[in-house]
Design a protein around this ligand. Structure first.
Ligand SMILES: [Zn+2]
Ligand SMILES: [Zn+2]
Ligand SMILES: [Zn+2]
Length: 440
């Protein structure tokens, strides 16, 4: 069914001899699973052929492209005198009728940020992967009907991957769940899998289970039943940033990750995020912005990759009390960044752009309430409004109105607002004139 074809992200990957290149035509690379997967259905728009690939390590030299037409027709590549069987890490050979390529690591064929030195610069593109029909065979699990999906979830959470991923990184149930849902695609079994996961949310859970559920829905923010995750989180917006440690994740996932993922998807592909879903995510974020950021322990955040790297770096330069102090401060910064809604949605352009026109109108209308709830939040709110004013001059009045409300509330001194204006305003900002007028 053509409408059920799924496509690898970034045009598909060509992979070296150590990475996965599955035989199953239904397998593809959705980009969010942590398992790099080579595309097994690449087509060449020039010769019209499906690209062939060789076994790990059977490669030619850098001039192998010269053999392109003959190579494609040759049934047994092992018999080609100009190819040599090396160790799998040496690479993998690909060929269509007009091109040949040896991939040594892995590269996306339509990489938005191509690698000028090692990148392939090939016209090949993923031409789609069908959705698998039931029954589907996973490692140790035979899925025959959608009502076995709950059993499949338990099977994966119990420690068996759906496929033999070999030495793939990031092994663990979170990645297996995401992989399985993406593999099954849009069908009843996936719906049941998502339903079962969302229904598992419970305050008495082992934190790792909650963390895995959050992690799953933030990787697939448009999954069925993601709205139930929002409803669950809405019961206590003050807990939105609490981390739930998951062994296979360097950061402990928190419910705000799901909110952020939905808003990011809404920003990137508005058509894919239903209005109600985006609005529910915004509504939850707004509730949480009326509660002070909580201070979290380092334990709630696992050991972020950045922290592990910093620890390694300092250890190699010899351990000392000074190093310990640096690490403690660094860890606190990472925790603060992740736990702070202001940091994630207001203070920086990357987060601020996730908010839409309705959200920033709300920010402007409610700046006083936010300041009452969390002292000092006004500054982050104004900063967010300033980004939007720069992106869309039609929203400049929201910034002016917010400043007016702040002054009227007497919660913040005019002097403090003046300091903010002089450190952030640019000469050409149209809002400067009315804002300075208010501050006189
Ligand atoms: Zn070709
Ligand atoms: Zn593909
Ligand atoms: Zn079977």
């Amino acid at each position: 069914m053509a409408d059920q074809l799924r496509f690898c992200v970034q045009g598909g990957l060509v992979v070296g001899g150590l990475a996965r290149l599955p035989d199953d035509p239904c397998e593809y690379f959705p980009g969010n699973t942590g398992f790099l997967t080579g595309c097994n259905n690449l087509k060449c728009p020039h010769c019209g052929e499906t690209v062939r690939s060789g076994p790990p390590g059977l490669i030619g030299d850098d001039e192998v492209w010269r053999h392109a037409p003959g190579l494609f027709e040759l049934s047994d590549w092992a018999s080609a005198g100009y190819l040599e069987q090396k160790t799998p890490s040496a690479g993998r050979l690909y060929a269509c009728k007009c091109r040949a390529w040896v991939e040594r690591t892995e590269h996306a064929l339509a990489d938005p940020d191509p690698d000028p030195m090692m990148g392939p610069d090939l016209p090949w593109r993923c031409s789609g992967h069908p959705r698998p029909d039931l029954p589907v065979e996973f490692e140790g699990f035979h899925l025959e009907s959608p009502n076995q999906a709950a059993g499949l979830v338990e099977h994966l959470l119990g420690g068996t991957p759906p496929r033999d991923f070999g030495d793939a990184h990031y092994r663990g149930p979170v990645h297996w769940l995401i992989w399985t849902a993406e593999y099954l695609g849009n069908q009843d079994s996936t719906r049941e899998l998502c339903r079962h996961l969302a229904e598992q949310l419970d305050p008495d859970n082992d934190p790792a289970l909650t963390g895995r559920i959050i992690s799953f829905f933030s990787a697939i923010p448009t999954a069925p039943f993601v709205d139930r995750v929002l409803v669950y989180a809405e019961a206590d917006p003050a807990q939105l940033c609490v981390g739930y440690a998951v062994p296979e994740r360097s950061f402990s996932p928190s419910f705000v990750d799901v909110v952020e993922a939905i808003l990011a998807r809404r920003e990137a592909e508005p058509a894919k995020v239903e209005n109600t879903l985006g609005r529910n995510a915004s509504a939850l974020l707004r509730k949480a912005l009326l509660v002070p950021d909580r201070v979290f322990s380092r334990a709630e955040f696992g050991r972020p990759t950045a922290l592990i790297e910093e620890e390694d770096r300092l250890r190699s330069s010899g351990s000392s009390a000074q190093n310990d102090e640096i690490l403690t401060k660094f860890a606190a910064t990472l925790v603060e960044e992740r736990a702070s809604l202001e940091h994630r949605f207001l203070k920086y352009p990357s987060g601020a752009k996730l908010l839409d026109g309705r959200d920033i109108k709300w920010l402007s209308d409610n700046i006083v309430a936010m300041e009452q709830a969390a002292k000092g939040r006004w500054e982050s709110v104004l900063t967010c409004l300033r980004y939007h004013a720069a992106w869309d001059p039609e929203t400049e009045h929201l910034l002016v109105l917010a400043v007016g409300r702040l002054i009227e509330s007497s919660l913040v001194s005019k002097e403090a607002i003046r300091d903010w204006v002089s450190s952030t305003g640019r000469v050409h900002d149209a809002w400067l004139l009315p804002v300075n007028g208010l501050l006189e």
